[in-house]
Design a protein around this ligand. Structure first.
Ligand code: ADP
Ligand code: ADP
Ligand code: ZN
Length: 231
């Protein structure tokens, strides 16, 4: 099962990807996480990406597609992958087709998280993560059970992203509208797109995604259905 989670910054892609990793053993391929790791490590890619990310603009297609290609070759992707924050442009969508084809894999679904843009600023600005394990939290929508202690690993240090401020979010939204939203019709034409209400609470969004994945599994089961599996 290989799926793309598509939606503007703060839509809930990372939150839902983490659930799928925990529940289904899929691998989360987040180009944002990969780029942040590169920035932190001071690699050539990181040096090139840092200022672009801080401005809320898009890193070059060649860089992110190369990162995805390398990641797809790791063994933990065998159970399926969740593309989180990739592809973000038509060129990346084309590159992904090739990367999958070369590896004998295919996309099962493109799941669009439909959200109200006005609510996203608050989501992004209130976001923080555990500095140790990366678990995601929110000032208003998801506090740790014990204040100041990560639910997942018990650590006490948290961090915020430098680009999660109201000003940069505006640029990131504009990039989404201009470059990412236009790739949906490509996938729509292939019958791959399913929409989920991303304004529902996290649990409900998770069950809606689960239902879509279950549908695909049913279709793929030989003899159980009238609709042929996509090949
Ligand atoms: P994305 O990866 O799409 O940028 P995240 O998954 O990081 O978005 O979510 C952004 C912030 O909003 C996080 O702090 C997360 O805890 C919170 N969040 C995610 N989904 C929901 C939801 N359905 N309702 C309320 N808050 C949410
Ligand atoms: P969010 O889900 O909140 O939009 P990400 O963590 O996915 O944030 O991305 C953070 C930043 O990393 C983006 O604003 C952009 O600068 C860069 N980035 C991540 N993925 C891509 C991509 N596929 N193409 C170009 N730039 C990317
Ligand atoms: Zn933690």
């Amino acid at each position: 099962m290989n799926i793309i989670l598509l939606g503007p910054p703060g839509a809930g892609k990372g939150t839902q990807a983490a659930r799928l990793v925990a529940e289904r053993g899929m691998a989360q391929l987040s180009t944002g996480d990969m780029l942040r790791a590169a920035v932190k490590a001071g690699t050539p890619v990181g040096l090139q990406a840092k200022a672009v990310m801080e401005a809320g603009e898009l890193v070059s297609d060649a860089i992110v597609s190369a990162l995805i290609g390398e990641r797809l070759d790791k063994a933990d992707t065998a159970e399926g992958v969740i593309f989180d924050g990739y592809p973000r442009t038509a060129a990346q969508a084309d590159a992904l087709d090739l990367l999958l084809l070369e590896r004998g894999r295919a996309l099962d679904w493109v799941i669009e998280l439909e959200v109200d843009e006005a609510a996203l600023i608050e989501r992004v600005v209130g976001r923080y993560t555990c500095a140790n394990c990366g678990a995601g939290y929110h000032d208003r929508f998801k506090s740790p059970v014990v204040v100041g202690t990560c639910d997942a690993c018990g650590a006490h240090a948290f961090k915020r992203r430098p680009d999660d401020n109201a000003e940069t979010v505006g640029t990131r939204m504009a990039e989404y509208r201009a470059k990412t939203a236009p790739i949906l019709p490509i996938y729509e034409a292939r019958g791959l797109v399913r929409r989920v209400d991303g304004m529902a609470d996290m649990e409900m969004v998770g069950s809606a995604i689960g239902a879509i994945l279950a549908e695909r599994t049913d279709r793929a089961r030989p003899g159980s259905v009238s609709v042929p599996a996509r090949g």
